[in-house]
Design a protein around this ligand. Structure first.
Ligand SMILES: NC(=O)c1ccc[n+]([C@@H]2O[C@H](COP(=O)([O-])OP(=O)(O)OC[C@H]3O[C@@H](n4cnc5c(N)ncnc54)[C@H](OP(=O)(O)O)[C@@H]3O)[C@@H](O)[C@H]2O)c1
Length: 166
């Protein structure tokens, strides 16, 4: 699996149910990278989508413990074990973990690549992604040029798992 995330300087990813940053080029990157593939998310993240509706042109898998919950065009899983069973036999390189913090935390051990959009800001946050610069399990494979949106700098960074994980 692969994680895709937008973080700030503190690896903050959200506050309440809100993203910290809205950068059109990052949204475009997210759309281009995940379209045609499978996206896995927690129910809280799904509920932040407009509608809330499934992301188009992707297989949407939502994790929830609520056995009665469902939504159109969504495959529901009630545990990580159920998710792994569902993905058995699939090309897991086409499965993207898209958040939020609870789901990143649990599924990062199953990821070998992380697409991290690093935004040069430090906003109040209460949801975080694990700091991949603080572990020897991950290293930067490639780093894009700095870009800017409304005075805020950001860059696309790809991390590869070196060791650990499941
Ligand atoms: N910056 C980014 O790239 C990015 C990306 C995505 C989200 N976000 C932000 O992240 C925040 C949301 O993250 P979050 O941690 O609050 O929520 P989340 O991870 O999106 O969803 C948490 C919910 O997922 C379900 N869940 C999680 N693990 C499960 C498991 N093992 N089995 C069954 N269900 C499971 C539970 O739903 P039930 O309560 O229904 O059981 C849980 O309450 C928001 O601020 C959002 O804006 C940021």
């Amino acid at each position: 699996m692969k994680a895709i995330v937008n973080v700030d300087n503190n690896w903050g990813i959200g506050i309440g149910d809100k993203l910290l940053n809205h950068i059109p080029a990052d949204m475009k990157f997210f759309k281009e990278t995940t379209t045609g593939n499978t996206v896995v998310m927690g129910r809280a993240t799904f509920m932040t989508f407009p509608g809330p509706r499934a992301l188009p042109n992707r297989k949407n898998i939502v994790l929830t413990t609520d056995k009665s919950w469902n939504a159109p065009d969504v495959t529901v899983c009630h545990s990580v074990g159920e998710l792994l069973d569902l993905l058995e036999g699939c090309d897991t390189d086409s499965v993207f973990v898209i958040g939020g913090s609870m789901v990143y935390e649990q599924l990062l051990p199953y990821c070998n690549t992380a697409y991290v959009t690093k935004v040069d800001s430090a906003k109040p946050a209460d949801k975080f992604f694990p700091d991949l610069d603080k572990t020897d399990e991950w290293e930067i494979e490639s780093e894009g040029e700095k870009s800017e949106h409304n005075g805020v700098e950001f860059r696309f960074v790809t991390y590869k798992r070196l060791k650990g994980g499941v």
